[in-house]
Write a protein that binds this ligand. Sequence first.
Ligand SMILES: Cc1ncc(COP(=O)(O)O)c(C=O)c1O
Length: 459
Amino acid sequence: MDGTSLDNALHIYDRDHHIHGQTNLRQQSENGPTVMVTSGNGVRFTTSDGHTLIDGFSGLGCVSLGYHNDRLAEAAKRQMDTLPFAPTFYGRSHPKIAELAERLTSMAAVPMDRAMFQCSGSEANDSIIKFLWYRNIARGEPNRRKIISRWRGYYGNTVAAVSASGQPHMHAKFGLPLEGFLKLSTPNYYLAHKDGESEEEFSARMAKEFEELVIAEGPETIAAFFAEPMQSGGGAIRPPEGYWDSMQAVIRKYDIHFHVDEVVCGFGRTGFMWGAEAFGLKPDSTSCAKALTAAFFPMSALMIKEDFYQDMMRNSDEVGVLGHGFTYAGHPVGAAVALEALQIYKDMDLIGHVRRVSKRFLERCNALADHPLVADVRGIGLFCGFQLMADKKNRVPFEPGLKVGVRAQDAAHDLGLYLRSIPPDRISFMPPLIIEEDEIDEAVDIFKNALDSVWEEVR
Ligand SMILES: Cc1ncc(COP(=O)(O)O)c(C=O)c1O
């Protein structure tokens, strides 16, 4: 088969045999994949039709070191040659995971003592929900089971993690969320503030809503408050001034367990090692994934403190084991790749690099606020959200049928930049952390041209 026939065959195999997540199934089964990504290098990837794009979405917020890295590839090969698999069940271990558990807990935003490893952010977040229930039973509080989170939050797709997520289309037709998963407003200041309300007043109102919910449900029934420091899947929503101070005052007042999801924010995205540092959060537990291995291997981690572990131990004494775990948990290749990624971050001064280039990134992104389509721009580090509106001053959205966000995403794609549109007409822009200033200029220029062409269509 020549190259074109092979491409056509693969397109048909995918269309007829592959089930895609987060995809319209009918469109996929009629049209096949929207793109077939075949290779990548630096901040760019190439598709089967030879089109090369800057990845302004880091894959799915994960390819922190871009699409090629000899050190990570060699670390994976060395580990595959030495020990490709070893279970972590039944008290068994292997050198790389022991080293990674120590390394990761010692670098957490607030001191953490224990880490459990899985393959995905969803599994890490599902695990903490189970562990909260498990721990509360050990503490004689079996009714402390409710999880509070926010609309538009995203914690993954396993049954409990998606119940905590505030994404209605992920609940619809699945009979979800599970009972006891409660939601608060998303802190999107631009869209949700009242006329004349300052950011601080808005934040105080959000905290009041939180406190009222806790009181109505009974503080003794609340197992945890779940949050991403800056919402990612909801559309790169940076919280307004005073938000986290006000929310954490409620957390402290009612002694609520605070689980911070660092799956996207962790490892430099915000210009800090952790999103918790960027926003002054004090988590009781935390989950991370994605850039933990720079996405070269699927791996996530859940970190907890010693007192939590001590409570869990009491149940394990009674039952005989912690009845929870995944075959590939603490995979040796993942652990070797994660250790190498963390070393690369140190050697390249990742945080210094992100702080330096993000000045240019945010300056260029903020300048787009003058564009007639752009109503609001908010970002931190290499993580920025844009709200597109028909009338920015009066906060009038576009007709959903116009799909303005999707048009902007598609126009950028055609011009050589991959971005993600998230309803309602939000654009999330988060390039790989290795991006340089000239690449930022190129990417933002493309985005601006894409916005110009959509403006010509919808003005
Ligand atoms: C903030 C956040 N948490 C959790 C997850 C779930 O991670 P995974 O897709 O690895 O299960 C995601 C995925 O995008 C995420 O953005």
